[in-house]
Design a protein around this ligand. Structure first.
Ligand code: ATP
Length: 212
């Protein structure tokens, strides 16, 4: 299976890009969605979080109190490491299971923290959605109602634009309107279909249709 990782900074346009691919029939395996599912109510993941962090991080309705958990790990690196060592294997397993269930022409793995988690090498290609920081800040402020200092603090906590671009095979410049963005996705989709077909024919032992 030909596997593309999709990443980008906050409010760069990852979800919008992922939706454009999904509309073209590409399975999108979303690490943020799976990160929520593995600690949904009554899951072994939530039980493991509770065993480590106690009942204080569980709401009365039995769901995870994300705010309380964030507060616990915010300034405590060892608590953060413990949480990651609970969540990461569960998320990886959930991604592998979903990948097996949803073959498609190729697969798109939406992983906002791809660079931070050092997973770029696991994929055939890395697609980075990029836009100027000033635009990211404007989008965060418009969407989340945060002020500029808050938006800048979120950006500063993530991998830098340069670190992300260093692992990119393809870059989508998302600095224009949504129609231009969709046109860029359509062009990449054609390239990925062709690359997936070439990979499939190599695996089947046939000579590739065209040189790389
Ligand atoms: P996050 O990291 O917070 O999950 P994201 O990278 O998935 O964000 P989106 O949610 O796709 O980003 O986009 C952020 C906001 O910017 C959304 O409100 C989206 O509609 C808007 N947006 C994205 N791209 C464009 C564009 N080219 N033109 C106008 N608005 C855009």
């Amino acid at each position: 299976m030909y596997r593309i990782a999709l990443t980008g900074g906050i409010a760069s346009g990852k979800s919008t890009v992922a939706d454009f691919f999904a509309r073209r029939g590409v399975p999108v395996i979303d690490s943020d969605r799976l990160a929520r599912e593995v600690v949904a109510a009554n899951t072994p993941g939530l039980a493991a979080v509770r065993a480590r962090f106690g009942a204080d991080v569980i709401d009365q309705d039995g769901t995870l109190d994300r705010r309380a958990l964030r507060a616990r790990v915010f300034a405590d690196p060892s608590a953060r490491r413990d949480l990651e060592s609970i969540l990461h294997p569960l998320i990886r397993q959930a991604m592998a299971e979903e990948s097996a269930r949803r073959p498609g022409p190729y697969q798109l793995f939406a992983i906002p923290l791809l660079v931070e988690s050092g997973r770029a090498a696991e994929f055939d290609r890395v697609l980075v959605v990029d836009c100027p920081e000033a635009l990211q800040i404007r989008r965060v402020m418009a969407r989340d109602g945060s002020d500029e200092a808050g938006a800048r603090a979120v950006l500063a906590a993530q991998a830098s634009r340069r670190e992300r671009l260093a692992v990119a095979d393809d870059v989508i410049e998302n600095a224009a309107d949504l129609a231009s963005l969709e046109t860029e996705v359509a062009a990449l989709h054609e390239r990925y279909l062709a690359a997936a077909a070439r990979q499939a024919s190599r695996v089947a032992g046939a000579p590739p249709a065209t040189a790389e």
